[in-house]
Ligand binder design. Structure first.
Ligand SMILES: NC(=O)c1ccc[n+]([C@@H]2O[C@H](COP(=O)([O-])OP(=O)(O)OC[C@H]3O[C@@H](n4cnc5c(N)ncnc54)[C@H](OP(=O)(O)O)[C@@H]3O)[C@@H](O)[C@H]2O)c1
Length: 324
């Protein structure tokens, strides 16, 4: 697989989102299955893995996902790029004595669970209004100086926050939601990142499965810990409204002898050189299918026609994050 840069950190152009082995998409697989799925992805050429301290069943604990990722990848640690995320706020900082000490406390927990002594990309999972982004950036800079992290990032942020943070400690990556049906990042965030050598790590790039074409108005999502029950884009009405987009992708899939999910990923790889999608799946075969999207190359002509057609179609419903 080709490589891309997040700041100075080189990653495979498609990474692997590991969240669903612990949270977010219904029943989690047995641990051994998840470990094998991650190792399969590595053997298939993927060397960029995404997790977070909060990815645990029902978000009710800390570290379930990091432990799985750590077990799966400890033997190949030097060959991979590991990204994880933390939450913090002013009371957390007060409890630990400073923002830096709070970050370091979270990082040490993550490193222990990941069985490593450094993290490649350390993200603030969400901005919290009680801490200024400059303080986070300063503390991240200290962690970089100490060799505990190689680079840092922010998640679900706008261009203003990115610019303020970047002035203090240059960012490696911004992890925002981005897909064919969630294109807000194209307005300001991606252009700013492109100009400033920041990678845009695209989460939910298959729009929680919608762009695979496998979800219909009849699909029953799981009852427990399944975000698809509240993702507005996946309401019956919006699935119906978005059908012309699904059909468009399906036509390209047929033409390119690819799957719809692969077209959705190939589209963003073609569109921007600094975008790195991290599709998530708890299914071994679909993980490989998504990685193989790197082999689906859209010509300039195909891409332009697809992108133009996409722009002419109304998107029904957002993916549904805070602030929307
Ligand atoms: N920074 C943040 O706030 C944030 C938020 C959300 C996620 N993330 C990260 O981003 C990663 C990806 O997000 P996501 O899981 O929402 O992405 P996604 O790939 O858009 O959605 C995952 C869903 O799509 C389905 N799917 C994926 N590939 C498919 C394919 N080829 N065919 C059919 N269905 C397919 C999966 O089903 P199956 O499991 O059945 O294959 C799963 O239900 C996460 O693992 C996590 O690391 C970050």
């Amino acid at each position: 697989m080709e490589k891309r840069k997040l700041g100075t950190i080189e990653v495979t152009e498609i990474g692997m989102g590991c969240m669903a082995f612990s949270h977010g998409y219904g029943q989690i697989p047995p641990e051994q299955y998840s470990i094998e799925a991650i190792q399969n992805a590595y053997r298939h050429g993927c060397t960029f893995f995404d997790t977070a301290e909060v990815y645990s069943p029902n978000l009710s604990g800390i570290g379930h996902n990091e432990r799985i990722v750590g077990k799966a990848l400890k033997d190949v640690r030097k060959d991979i790029v590991l990204a994880t995320k933390l939450f913090t706020d002013s009371s957390d900082a007060r409890r630990h004595g400073s923002v830096y000490k709070a970050l370091r406390h979270h990082l040490e927990g993550s490193m222990e669970r990941l069985q490593t002594d450094y993290v490649d990309v350390y993200y603030l999972h969400r901005m919290n209004s009680s801490i200024r982004v400059e303080e986070i950036a300063g503390a991240m800079g200290q962690l970089i100086d100490e060799g505990l992290i190689r680079g840092w990032g922010l998640s679900q942020v706008d261009a203003d926050i990115i610019a303020r943070a970047h002035r203090v400690t240059p960012l490696s990556a911004v992890q925002n939601i981005y897909s064919m049906v969630e294109r807000d990042a194209e307005q300001e965030v991606i252009p700013f990142c492109l100009k400033n050598n920041i990678g845009l790590v695209a989460f939910s790039p298959v729009a929680s499965g919608l762009l695979s074409g496998k979800i219909t108005t009849k699909t029953q999502f799981e009852k427990n810990d399944d975000v698809r029950n509240w993702v507005p884009q996946l309401s019956r009405k919006n699935i119906e409204g978005n059908q012309p987009i699904i059909d468009l992708i399906g036509r390209y899939a047929e033409q390119k002898q690819a799957t719809s999910a692969q077209i959705a990923l190939a589209w963003m790889l073609k569109k921007y050189p600094n975008v790195v999608p991290i599709p998530g799946s708890k299914n071994k075969e679909r993980i490989i299918e998504n990685l193989n999207a790197a082999d689906v190359i859209l010509s300039d002509e195909e891409f332009n026609a697809l992108d133009t057609a996409l722009k002419s179609l109304k998107v029904y419903g957002h993916r549904g994050f805070a602030g929307r």
